[in-house]
Design a protein around this ligand. Sequence first.
Ligand SMILES: Nc1ncnc2c1ncn2[C@@H]1O[C@H](COP(=O)(O)OP(=O)(O)OP(=O)(O)O)[C@@H](O)[C@H]1O
Ligand SMILES: [Mg+2]
Length: 464
Amino acid sequence: MTVWYVLSAFALILIATGLLYWVLVNGMYREDVNDLGDILQNATLLLRASNGGSAASPGFEPTRTARYRSDIYVRVLDEDGRTLVETPGLASQLPAPTQAQLAAIRSRHGVSRQILSRRGEPFLTLIAPIAAPRAAAGRQYMQIAMDRAHDEFLLARYRERLWRILGVSLVLCSVVGYLIARGGMRPIEGISRTAERIRATTLHERISTGGLPDELRGLAETFNSMLDRLEQSFRHISQFSDDVAHELRTPINNLRGEIEVALGKARSAEEYREVLGSCFEECTRISRLIRTLLFLARSDTAADALQREPIDLGEELAKVGAFYEPAAGEGGVRLRVACTAGLRAELDRTLLQQAVGNLVSNALAHTPAGGSVEIAASARGQDVVIAVADTGCGIAQEHLARVFERFYRIEQSRTGSQQNAGLGLAVVKSIVGRHGGRVEIESAVGEGTRVSLILPPPAAVGRA
Ligand SMILES: Nc1ncnc2c1ncn2[C@@H]1O[C@H](COP(=O)(O)OP(=O)(O)OP(=O)(O)O)[C@@H](O)[C@H]1O
Ligand SMILES: [Mg+2]
């Protein structure tokens, strides 16, 4: 970053300085040419006056320029290139122009150019035709020469200073570039230090956005909100594993206890059979719990793809109803299935049966004899709504929001927590979630509960 900054800043300074130098050199050259023009005009006037002509020349205005010291030489030539008169010393500096060069001068304003003297010094010369005195035959030319050594000296000094200034600015650019880069990188270093420090145990740490520049504050905030989500998920997961350990401890302790008691002394075959039967029941419960946990874990990571197929909901719900009919009859509860005729949906058949089954089993468990349970399906816009309603004990408002949490059981549950894991509704929610839908629950204590599964068509899920 520093190197790029230094290179680009220095390149810009170099270009700007070069341009300014070029403007200066050009300006000085043009000034000199103008000066020569003025001098030529003056000399011509003087010459004309000395030849008896008039010194007045309308329309001649000397150019206003800053004056500086430089030697000026004048030479008057005839048409054949012979020198008529010249400033002493000019001949040793500059040879007279040839006849051919003179003949090439067409413009009344003459021709200016820079040449090197015999001693190698730069001279700016201007040659122009002048009005010859009446006595003389043919044309005459005047050559004005200006020694530009002084200009060159000034430019050389200027160049030398420029190089020095450029050297200093290179150093300054490097220092400033380094400081800017370091200043810009410091907050990023802070962010990366925080990121490095974060472990599972320090997920609460956040990047402080206080002194950050605007460009980085957005990044830090995004990073912090990612940490929020991670922390929440992590808390969720550790709570869940805590619960799992807790849930498995009770049945395994029961198993151990029963076996320990049975082994305490010699028992009859009948007694052993009884203990083994009870152990078998406990094992079945544990394996069911583990299966459910595995199902939820796989749902979380969406490890298994949905097996969607077109389903006639009336037919499918009737099957679930038939499955639970004996249990309902035993409990003295009326079980009814009501479905809009011909209602179809593309769902995973096994998961649908499991979700509706969990709801019906809850409803039957919480509805006293004489009550009723209804499984209904209807269309709501593009969605399909499957609802299980009962006339049971209902759920108090404070529990309503939490019944879908894993392992959440209402303490006063009449079925007793020993038999129920508190995972049924969590599984329902997970199944509906995998179908891209949502669950709604309404309940009034003493009146009953209605749980509705709202399932959108697969196309709508794909778009979302
Ligand atoms: N229809 C209902 N009427 C009254 N209470 C209900 C009803 N359905 C669920 N609940 C309450 O919500 C709690 C959570 O239900 P969920 O199905 O998740 O667990 P569970 O039935 O206790 O155990 P599992 O279904 O895992 O055997 C239950 O403990 C129960 O008290
Ligand atoms: Mg249940």
